[in-house]
Design a protein around this ligand. Structure first.
Ligand SMILES: [Ca+2]
Length: 98
């Protein structure tokens, strides 16, 4: 197992934001603006919009569809791995596990 401690969060040479799974869960909590415990399509869209980009809303809706395995409009704990994949792809976040 490789510990990539040489980079601080946000300081990666590829410009991506690096965070641990724990940090990522805290980050996801901040996306849950109405605190109902699930990330809705709108909340995910807001997250993408915050990161900028003129096509952010479109991407957010599209990403949620790919993350929302049981197509109920929300991403729950069971779908968390897909949320991780979404963040890595769309939010320039790299999750490091240790
Ligand atoms: Ca919510």
């Amino acid at each position: 197992m490789v510990h990539r401690t040489q980079y601080k969060t946000g300081g990666r040479p590829d410009g991506k934001t690096q965070m641990t799974m724990t940090e990522f869960k805290k980050f996801i909590d901040t996306l849950d603006t109405n605190k109902d415990g699930v990330i809705s399509a709108e909340e995910l869209s807001q997250a993408v919009r915050k990161r900028g980009g003129w096509f952010a809303t479109w991407k957010g809706n599209r990403a949620l569809k790919s993350a929302d395995a049981n197509v109920n409009g929300y991403v729950d704990e069971n779908e968390f791995p897909k949320l991780v994949a979404f963040a890595e792809k769309e939010l320039n976040v790299v999750i490091v596990e240790y």
